[in-house]
Design a protein. Structure first.
Length: 265
């Protein structure tokens, strides 16, 4: 398995600093938050896109994914989701990123309506994803936080260009055991997002291994299944300002994840 970290929790961090941190700490890739307040977003000019690619290429670091905020199951007009996702997919094509993250976001709809909406929208964007060469991943989050909730949508869409991002915290908070989550998502799995938290009632981020999330069990299950993909550590200082700075945390995070992978091998 290969290791990445996310820039979700560090608003406005320059790409040069992102690349330097990844190279200095031995991470193989980075998940970039694709938002207008960030250096990388769908409104980026072609010149800037080329500059981003060149910086990552020079350091030998991969752009793992673009984390967008389009909501596949949310109520409202399909056009908003399709427009946002198209912009993300075009950006992913230009940057060479294999994946684009979307959320379910169907909490304001009934379960059946939310599922039908997500199936319709994801089925619509699947051919575009195929044309542009980047896969859309539905994160286990909000209204569909477990594998059991997300998998029926992915089965119905039935496209290799639409898959799943397994957020370990959300499936665990949803009461689902890791073995069941992996069973549900294995045919669709893009990559796995990990972190650690104090408790179900207190989701303040902690260093991996210092909290309650079953990270050792997850890595063992993935290894036993022969899965050789990406583990991406989610960093959230943006929402929890008291956690250590990214530069302080990365080295020990990588060491702990490597220990988990070694123990699972």
């Amino acid at each position: 398995m290969r290791l990445a970290f996310s820039t979700l929790g560090v608003p406005g961090l320059p790409i040069s600093e992102v690349v330097r941190l990844a190279a200095d700490t031995g991470f193989h890739g980075v998940e970039l938050r694709a938002h207008p307040e960030e250096p990388v977003h769908p409104g980026l000019s072609l010149t800037k896109r080329v500059e981003v690619v060149e910086q990552f290429k020079a350091a030998g670091i991969e752009i793992l994914a673009l984390a967008g905020y389009a909501k596949a199951a949310a109520p409202g007009d399909d056009d908003d989701f399709l427009r946002e996702t198209r912009g993300l997919l075009e950006l992913a094509r230009d940057l060479g990123a294999p994946w684009v993250r979307v959320f379910p976001g169907g909490g304001d709809s009934g379960a059946a309506e939310a599922e039908a909406t997500a199936v319709r929208r994801l089925s619509t964007v699947a051919p575009l994803a195929a044309d542009l060469g980047a896969r859309v991943l539905l994160e286990t989050h909000d209204s569909h936080r477990t594998g059991a909730a997300a998998a029926p949508i992915l089965r119905e869409v039935d496209s290799p260009w639409v898959g799943s991002l397994w957020d370990v915290m959300h499936s665990w908070l949803g009461g689902e055991q890791p073995e069941e989550t992996l069973r549900q998502l294995a045919p669709y799995l893009g990559y796995v997002q990990v972190k650690d938290i104090a408790s179900a009632a207190d989701t303040t981020p902690l260093p991996p291994g210092a909290g309650v999330l079953p990270l050792a069990e997850v890595t063992e299950l993935l290894s036993r299944a022969g899965w050789d993909g990406w583990l991406c550590w989610e960093y959230e200082k943006r929402w929890y300002p008291d956690v250590p700075d990214l530069a302080e945390a990365l080295g020990s995070v990588r060491e702990h994840l490597l220990r988990l992978l070694s123990a699972a091998a």
